[in-house]
Design a binder for this molecule. Structure first.
Ligand code: SR1
Ligand code: MG
Length: 426
């Protein structure tokens, strides 16, 4: 059933200007009179309405939840409460990372609507990476974002009561979690109405994915972890479409899938999207080899992200051992500090192994599931696209089934290069 709520109506450009004119802070940013404001709906994501509003003094972006999945239509209802969880996550992330998010100007719970800073000249990262743009600050920024949001919402930093309060606060975001549970961890491995892939080229892959027992066990273990491991507050959808940036400035947007889950799910999303982009470059270069240096940038940056994430996470842990997990009072004996440091390294190793598995699941879902990536979708030649996708699937399968064989990020990047070299064109 489509949700209805007193006072809720999807906005149109005509109604939005009148609504915004009643918000003092927004009126001040836009300047002039509402008749002078331009309002354009620009949403191209899977779920929501997004408007850009500009006036003589400046602009804002407005995001409003629809009571259904935009990509599919009213046949797939989705609760408006996702705006509540998004706003809560934005507030928490802003507290922890400050400038790495858009500023929030206004939130309306009834309209499920958030008015935020208009990010200009930022673009969606996925689009920049398809065009071959390098982002020298990205590794630094996203590793900080992940280390701080994950560490400071975990049992390593929080007392048990505060951690449980956070779990309770996000526990109702079940519909959004269910999307992930189905679309990422289940549907690509079974016959599902909404699955799609580059056909007929990838038909044998799709069929194999539905028969592969090792893969089904591996993805089911990951799904169980996603369902049951409330390690930290996740962004929940941290792909390169959820990042707007320039070469100098990075902002993470769209945390409507936020919930308390396993840290490797967020880190894995970044890894997956970098690997997909790496494989997709063959479909975007105009001459063979044209994107060689960009491919190197993608994989080098991925290595930096993971290396810096680990260093920063360990640093904040050493500096802020304030949680109820690993109490410092237990590690004060003769070799206490050394034992704790060994355990911290082991913790990061386990987190990395989770990351490898989750990254693999996120690669597979973008090729055999419902929601695809434009990195691959925009490759018009279907044979070329299928080649890129088959390579990504091949690496993903091995990463998922044999995650411990990739003990370091360099093992993943080396395997990506190897698969690309080894796998013939369609
Ligand atoms: C039906 S929603 C499909 C996907 O869009 C979002 O960006 C999430 O990645 C979700 O899985
Ligand atoms: Mg989104």
């Amino acid at each position: 059933m489509i949700e209805t709520r007193d006072g809720y109506a999807p906005q149109k450009p005509e109604t939005l200007a009148a609504y915004l004119s009643g918000i003092e802070a927004v009126r001040r940013i836009l300047g002039g009179a509402p008749e002078q404001w331009s309002v354009v709906e620009v949403g191209d994501g899977n779920l929501n309405l997004v408007f850009i509003v500009k006036g003589p003094g400046g602009g804002v972006a407005v995001k409003q939840a629809l009571p259904y999945v935009r990509l599919v239509g009213e046949a797939w209802p989705l609760p408006l409460s996702r705006a509540h969880y998004e706003h809560m996550a934005l507030t928490e992330q802003a507290r922890l990372t400050g400038a790495l998010l858009p500023k929030i100007h206004h939130y309306d719970e009834t309209l499920a609507l958030i008015v935020m800073e208009l990010l200009e000249p930022h673009i969606i990262m996925r689009r920049g990476m398809i065009a071959g743009v390098e982002y020298p600050n990205f590794a630094e920024d996203i590793s900080t974002f992940m280390a701080r949001t994950l560490y400071f919402t975990s049992d390593l930093a929080l007392t048990a009561d505060r951690k449980k309060a956070l779990i309770a606060a996000f526990a109702g975001n079940t519909a959004l979690c269910k999307i992930t549970e189905d679309l990422i961890f289940t549907d690509p491995y079974r016959v599902a109405e909404l699955n799609r892939w580059t056909s007929p080229q990838l038909d044998p892959y799709a069929a194999r994915w539905r028969e592969d027992g090792d893969l089904k066990v591996a993805v089911s273990r990951l799904k169980l972890k996603f369902l049951s491991s409330a390690e930290a507050m996740l962004h929940g959808d941290l792909h390169t479409g959820s990042i707007m940036l320039t070469p100098e400035d990075t902002r993470v947007i769209d945390p409507e899938f936020a919930f308390m889950g396993p840290m490797g799910f967020d880190v894995g999303a970044i890894v997956a999207n970098f690997l997909i982009n790496f494989f997709a470059q063959d479909g975007h270069e105009k001459a063979p080899g044209e994107r060689d240096s960009y491919r190197d940038w993608v994989l080098d940056t991925l290595e930096r992200i993971i290396t810096e994430f680990r260093e920063k996470f360990l640093h904040v842990w050493r500096e802020n051992p304030t949680g109820d997990a690993y109490p410092i009072s237990l590690f004060q004996g003769a070799d206490g500090a050394a034992r704790l440091e060994i355990e911290r390294q082991a913790y990061m190793d386990r987190l990395w192994t989770d990351t490898v598995g989750f990254a693999a699941a996120k690669m597979v879902r973008r090729i055999l599931g419902l929601a695809h990536n434009i990195d691959l979708e925009w490759i018009e030649d279907r044979d070329r696209r299928a080649t890129c996708e088959a390579r990504a699937l091949t690496l993903a399968r091995d990463m998922m089934v044999n995650a411990p064989r990739y003990p370091a990020v360099a093992d993943v990047t080396a395997a990506a290069r190897q698969v690309r070299r080894d796998m013939a064109h369609f």
